[in-house]
Design a protein around this ligand. Sequence first.
Ligand code: PLP
Length: 246
Amino acid sequence: MAEQTTVAERLAAVREQIDAAALRAGRTPSEVTLVAVSKTHPPDAVRAALAAGQLIFGENRIQEAEGKIAQLEAARAAGLQWHLIGHLQRNKARKAAQLFDLIHSVDSLRLAQALSRAVVEDDGARTLPILLQVNVSGEASKEGFDLPGGVASPGLAAFLTEVEQIAALPGLELRGLMTIAPFVDDQQVVRGTFRALRLLRDDLARRLPGDWRELSMGMSGDLDLAIEEGATLVRVGTAIFGSRSY
Ligand SMILES: *Cc1c(COP(=O)(O)O)cnc(C)c1O
């Protein structure tokens, strides 16, 4: 993409790409929600996307998000929402529960318990929507509940037991699953990862009560495949904001 393109133009292109992928898969484009991943980018980048109608943003680090969220507090009234998409340490659970509207990256029973406690203690009337991050690809570097192959994994029974416990925690609202595909060129491997997450979700929805609608999968490089395999939330950074410098 040319450097002179604007955030608004790139956002429009990503939205078109999402719509086209959904239609190709026989899905309704409105079933797929775009999370604009603004990590490492300044509040002005978020403002530019907001001005172009984007309301949901993803961040992966509490400290960075906290400052940005505070600077954009006024836009909350206009519908601005923040999603946590990165690994969360238990000692930051309270802060995360206060800052975010949806946490994609719940990766252990203990983290879910910490979030539950924080939400209940802070505000007995609120519930925090969460997704469970699952490593279905088996890549050692990936965070998440370790369940290589998804429903075919020998760890399925133990996972189900933990999910049942999480589903029973007060203050939390389980909404579905999240995964990150391996960074490989082989499209069949990437597609297989997304499919495994969807089949796992379908299995959970059959076994456990609750709302399992969300499948958070797909990034700048693999969002078409993710949408074809059922993604309801795609997390797109680079294609909207350009490359990141750390
Ligand atoms: C950074 C990040 C993204 C966005 O990645 P891009 O390739 O820039 O679109 C999506 N999901 C997670 C979990 C991330 O950390």
